[in-house]
Design a protein around this ligand. Sequence first.
Ligand code: AMP
Ligand code: MG
Length: 399
Amino acid sequence: MLTYEDALARILRSTPAPRMASVPLDDALGLTLARSIRAPADLPRFDNSAVDGYAIRNNETPSQSWRVIGAAEAGRPFRGTLRVGQAVRILTGAQVPRGAEAILMQEQAERRGDRLIARQPTRPGQHIRRRGEDLRRGALVLDAGIMLRPQELGLLAAMGYRAAPAYPRPTVAVLTTGDELQAPGSRLKPGGIYESNSYLLTALIRQAGARAIRLGSVRDVPRSLERAMRRGLRADVLIVSGGVSVGDKDFVRRVARRCGVRQRFWQVSIKPGMPLFFGRCRRTMVFGLPGNPVSVFVTFEEFVKPALHRLMRRPWRDRYVTPAALAEELRPSTSRRTHFIRVRVGSDNGRAIAKPLGGQGSHQLRSLAEADGWIRVTSDDGPFAAGTTVMMKQPEAPA
Ligand code: AMP
Ligand code: MG
């Protein structure tokens, strides 16, 4: 059976190269910039006042008093030109009028009618924000490949961009399958359970920065499944949950083949999540995740998410990077398998301690929610004595 490492490598190899697009700034948070950005104009675009006060023009011998002849506000420039001994009332962000030499801060000025008196000497150029002092037209501002944070989005807008050249969010269609599934909030029929995977998946997809499309839930009927899967194949990624194992009602692989999906692999030596299916249909990546909720979580995190990162040109790095000591002995089953184990994280003199939670079944959602860490171990390397150092990852904060 395919190993965890080989399965991940196959997925990454079959991830299509992303295409850049012009993404509206409001939707660009977290995306990767696809090309470098130069300043299209000076920023600030014009000399403007840094404070509320008065724009002044001195007499030849620096005087301490002026006549106020008008006003300049942000967005409402003063149209005239200042002559010696004249001043204009000016507010923060207003364009500095022609002829002005400095701004006298309101706190340092005294006004009597149209006369203005300075309480302190003024320095030429004081409190003027100069055109181009932040960015000169043509300057390299942002490098291709950076992640767009709120700061960069603000800067792009300040330069006049409405959209950013970026790798857009992939669309990820989510389809759940199973005769037993019912919508949360409905009255359960005998043998029915609430459909939860689509909620788990939709949240995981959004957390990964991609766009989730709900296809709903279908019964274990090949025709219904086929219709829904064909719709899902219009997305960049199609995720089907359930129906991918060896049961009599597990039709996903067969129907996928009928829809033109070429299988790249089926079954990986991992626990949970062994029956994972992966294939491609043209550019669409198709993941068949086993229906148990914890398998859904693990296979998404370990296989789908790295692919989504690659589709968005985000750097992908393994997150099992925190060494932790096992709180107790661990004996994973002997056949060569990679185990993903939910743990509680404690600490002992600054050293992380990982305590496997009770209830590690792939249907057990409680320990999924309770876990504040995951460890990854390969059974061939075990059994592991208490105190053994293992690699751990910690959950990500919501997007
Ligand atoms: P399957 O992979 O279809 O054999 O399903 C494995 C287990 O996961 C079964 O107990 C299903 O009832 C459960 N299951 C499948 N899909 C969902 C879902 N969308 N929400 C919650 N449980 C599910
Ligand atoms: Mg099923």
